[in-house]
Design a protein around this ligand. Structure first.
Ligand SMILES: Cc1cc2nc3c(=O)[nH]c(=O)nc-3n(C[C@H](O)[C@H](O)[C@H](O)COP(=O)(O)OP(=O)(O)OC[C@H]3O[C@@H](n4cnc5c(N)ncnc54)[C@H](O)[C@@H]3O)c2cc1C
Length: 400
């Protein structure tokens, strides 16, 4: 039987890593040890993309290290092993076709075909409730930028935009048929308005009785809490469910650099404290309205996840409320995901998949964000080390 929500702790490494066999734990430990070395990660993240482009034989090295820890596989079928292993511990999978921004219509159609295939695949599996979609995977970045600035489009650009909207409608229609949800990722602030407008239209069309479409709210932006409130009001007026994935945001440095370079006020919060305050306020806002909002809490922050746990307890909600899903990236924060699932919450992993050379940018970002800051060992490495030690002690205890 599942533990009750009262006893959730993110420190239990036995639960956090039960899904990893000793050899997988060892691999994760070694990989985290390597990426914790700042100069090595600095060099590696610069050289690897270049080496892949030059056709140097680094693919197998990446495949047996970073890829194994952070990705589900190169194909959907190859992800089955990971999906089954997660589901054994009550953890859901959000499929994330990890191929990044493309440029031409043919590539967009290929990405579309892959996403549709992922939806059909998810439709056959109870433990894959969502797929994630990056709009820049099916529409040109520069076109989104133009739409964001409300510049007029040429005839051919209008056609491209029409086609992009059709792709999204196709994705959501199939998702609804297959009873799978679609999470629209949030991207750079200077292309986000058309994505938000599209998300509203899609939610209006598809979220009548269930949350098929989720938009993403980046609370590192100082205007997003107000935007969340407005989105909720629109959903109420329009009679549909608001699908809200809450994140802090992935492009902080890039946003600040661009704002400085072009001389406009940065859209990013003044500091981390302000970002945390708005994120936690957004969590509270959504949980207090769970009958009208589907919330995906997408964060590795232990305090924010624990806040959600406490709020469900305070409001006497069942931990497995159908409108509440927690999510962390595959290979990260297992202490949060697996302890939540163990306590009966609906917890999931974002599982990226795709050919090794295509997911390199994603892998490089994971390496960078997990490297040591100011010489400090990352939280991941500390937890993995503790679990290795625990297993060793247990093994010795059993022998003697
Ligand atoms: C399942 C999942 C899906 C995601 N999808 C998206 C997505 O669609 N779009 C997207 O942009 N990101 C996405 N992310 C990444 C996310 O936005 C964060 O970058 C990442 O999760 C780190 O934030 P955190 O809440 O986990 O934890 P924390 O470690 O507590 O927060 C780190 C984050 O805080 C913010 N921050 C740090 N310092 C400052 C500062 N000085 N001032 C203001 N803010 C600061 C930054 O956003 C930084 O990434 C996703 C993450 C997950 C787990």
């Amino acid at each position: 039987m599942r533990a009750v929500a009262d006893s959730v702790s993110f420190d239990n490494t036995a639960i956090a890593f039960a899904h990893l066999k000793d050899k997988d734990l060892e691999r994760a430990f070694r990989v985290y040890q390597l990426i914790n070395i700042r100069p090595l990660t600095w060099l590696g993240t610069r050289l690897t993309p270049w080496a892949i482009r030059m056709g140097l034989p680094v693919k197998s090295l990446v495949r047996s290290t970073l890829f194994q820890v952070f990705c589900g596989g190169e194909t959907l079928q190859a992800c089955s092993y990971v999906i089954d292993r997660l589901s054994k511990y009550g953890v859901y999978t959000v499929l994330d076709y990890g191929v990044e921004a493309k440029q031409d219509e043919e590539e967009f159609d290929r990405t579309l075909a892959n996403i549709l295939e992922a939806i059909r695949f998810a439709g056959q599996r109870r433990h894959v409730p969502f797929v994630s979609v990056k709009v820049t995977g099916i529409c040109r970045f520069a076109l989104l930028e133009k739409l964001h600035q409300r510049h007029s489009l040429s005839a051919s650009e209008q056609q491209q935009w029409q086609r992009a909207q059709e792709r999204l409608a196709q994705i959501c229609t199939l998702a609804q048929q297959q009873r799978v949800g679609v999470m629209l990722d949030a991207e750079e602030s200077w292309i986000q308005n058309p994505i938000d407008e599209l998300a509203d239209l899609l939610m209006q069309r598809f979220n009548r009785s269930e949350a098929v479409v989720l938009n993403t709210f980046q609370l590192y932006r100082h205007d997003r809490l107000a935007f969340l409130h407005d989105s909720f009001e629109r959903a109420q007026r329009g009679g549909y469910l608001l699908g809200a994935k809450l994140v802090r945001g992935a492009y902080m440095e890039k946003e600040r650099r661009r704002a400085k370079r072009l001389g406009y006020a940065s859209p990013i919060q003044p500091d981390k404290k302000a970002c945390d305050r708005d994120f936690n306020e957004a969590v509270r806002f959504c949980i207090e309205r769970l009958s009208s909002i589907f919330l995906c809490l997408a964060s590795h922050n232990e305090e924010s996840n624990m806040l959600a746990v406490r709020l469900t307890q305070q409001y006497r909600m069942p931990p497995d409320h159908p409108h509440l899903l927690f999510s962390q990236l595959y290979g990260m924060s297992d202490n949060i995901t697996f302890n939540l699932a163990h306590a009966g919450f609906r917890a999931s992993k974002y599982v990226p998949y795709g050919p090794v050379q295509e997911v390199i940018p994603y892998l490089m970002r994971r390496a960078q964000e997990n490297t040591s800051v100011g010489g400090m060992t990352s939280r991941e490495l500390l937890l993995l080390r503790r679990e290795r030690q625990r297993r060793k002690t247990q093994a010795h205890g059993t022998v003697s």
